[in-house]
Write a protein that binds this ligand. Structure first.
Ligand SMILES: NC(=O)C1=CN([C@@H]2O[C@H](COP(=O)(O)OP(=O)(O)OC[C@H]3O[C@@H](n4cnc5c(N)ncnc54)[C@H](O)[C@@H]3O)[C@@H](O)[C@H]2O)C=CC1
Ligand SMILES: O=C(O)CCC(=O)C(=O)O
Length: 428
């Protein structure tokens, strides 16, 4: 019989800028601009619900490891809560709270009928077998079976998760409830109710909003160079689609390092290399390794942070040379960098707008599951692009009206919609 050592992953210490504080400081500015009443402010400043779960998992060596997982429901006034699940060693409750609130604002910006939520498990999926990840995902789903539901809370992929994990989640939830429930989760494999276009949706939204911003700046995509941080789902699809529009991608990075080619990186080759090398760019010969700290301050017209939070801070913002920042990641810019970026006149397409293409197509997937009818890729793409373009224009016009940066304008649009809904629904 195996000796069972019960090992619990230590909760990480927040030794970086706190994304929750960054979210709150922007929320406060937007709330002041709108003259938000105290009751609505107090309801929105904290999550509706925070659940912490312990997930015991039998590891391949027979030992039992206990993982800590979270699901935070920020707000559901606009509809069932929606938001991804992150598997990462740096998952932190404050981070999940910030990510959940960003989901509320994001869904409101693109005007889809969802509230905001986010989940995460402190773990390193790169050091776990598929079997261990499956048992952990099923344990997380069971622990949250009363939270999740097609009309309650609908998870999706985020960093470290993808269609595979969503399939396990759907299966576990369905078995537990004695009925097949595809609409309980989005980002599923195509064969089991996933939507055409969901895989590339976030990167595509980044491309659509980048093109809209370049137009406002009077720049043609074919005259523009870019650097992209993160080469996972969002970063690699943003690279593929921006490259296809004629943007010269000079720099890309992932957890293994950063890579530069002054003449422009062949993105198809980089993606093929990554796919053949366990999702990493390490060893890619189509570009030269560079210091990852230099990527976002390199000499390009546009930067696309598409990895983690707080990579643009008061320490590097003054060195940014780009005219445009399009935020593929959630929370890549800490609040301390905002005044510096604004002072430099850099245009920012903020996360809650730029990366909202993902949740938009997740919404389409949920609608298709509920309809029991599959949409064509053209239908998905055309509708998602229109939603992204309309949301961009609304945020842009709001920024012009109040003479505020696009980031605060996006919060104003979102909080206004949520606050108006509270006024109609009442209840407090
Ligand atoms: N997947 C989705 O549909 C959506 C994702 N997002 C956000 O986009 C960001 C990226 O998510 P995904 O692409 O889904 O994750 P992913 O797990 O597919 O890829 C993450 C990428 O970032 C790289 N990375 C991690 N730490 C890094 C660092 N310190 N420096 C440079 N690269 C680093 C990884 O090597 C990998 O290439 C996250 O902030 C996520 O919340 C936002 C909206 C939707
Ligand atoms: O696709 C979704 O439902 C949510 C994706 C997500 O977590 C995000 O937009 O940050």
């Amino acid at each position: 019989m195996a000796t069972h050592t019960v090992y619990k992953e230590p909760a990480p210490i927040m030794d970086r800028e706190n994304p929750l504080e960054s979210m709150m400081s922007r929320f406060n500015i937007a709330a002041d601009i709108l003259g938000l009443d105290d009751a609505t402010y107090n309801v929105l400043k904290a999550p509706d619900k925070q659940v912490i779960v312990n997930i015991p998992v039998t590891m391949d060596d027979g030992n039992i490891r206990v993982f800590e997982g979270y699901r935070v429901i920020h707000n559901t006034i606009l509809g069932p809560s929606k938001g991804g699940i992150r598997y990462d060693v740096n998952v932190h409750l404050d981070e999940v709270k910030a990510l959940a609130a960003w989901m509320t604002w994001k869904c409101a910006v693109v005007d889809i009928p969802y509230g905001g939520a986010k989940g995460g498990i402190i773990c390193d999926p790169t050091k776990m077998s598929a079997g261990e990840i499956e048992r952990m995902t099923r344990g997380y789903t069971l622990a949250l079976k009363d939270i999740f539901g097609p009309d309650r809370d609908i998870p999706a992929p985020d960093m470290g998760t993808g269609p595979r994990e969503m399939a396990w989640l759907m299966d576990e939830f369905s078995k537990t409830n004695g009925m097949t429930s595809p609409a309980v989760v989005t980002g599923k494999p195509l064969v089991m109710g996933g939507s055409l276009g969901r895989t590339e949706a976030t990167g595509r939204g980044v491309m659509v909003s980048a093109l809209a911003a370049l137009k406002k700046l009077g720049l043609k995509p074919t005259d523009v160079s870019a650097a992209i941080q993160g080469f996972g789902n969002v970063g690699s699809w943003a690279a593929i689609l921006l490259h296809a529009q004629g943007v010269k991608i000079k720099g890309v990075s992932d957890i293994s390092g950063a890579y530069w080619n002054e003449a422009g990186i062949n993105i198809d080759e980089a993606v093929a290399y990554k796919n053949a090398h366990n999702g990493r760019l390490e060893g890619f010969e189509g570009a030269t390794p560079m210091d990852p700290n230099d990527l976002l301050i390199s000499d390009v017209d546009m930067i696309v942070p598409a990895a983690v939070e707080d990579v643009i801070t008061e320490h590097n913002a003054h060195k940014i040379k780009a005219k445009l920042i399009v935020e593929g990641a959630n929370g890549p810019t800490s609040a301390s960098a905002d005044p510096i970026i604004n002072e430099k006149g850099i245009m920012v397409v903020p996360d809650i707008l730029a990366n909202s293409g993902g949740v938009t197509v997740s919404y389409f997937e949920w609608v298709q599951n509920k309809q029991g009818f599959k949409w064509s890729l053209d239908m998905v793409t055309e509708r998602a692009d229109r939603i992204m373009s309309d949301a961009f224009e609304k945020v842009y016009q709001t920024s012009q009206k109040y003479k505020i940066p696009m980031r605060i304008a996006a919060y104003v649009v979102a909080i206004d919609k949520v606050a108006q809904t509270y006024k109609f629904r009442g209840g407090f």
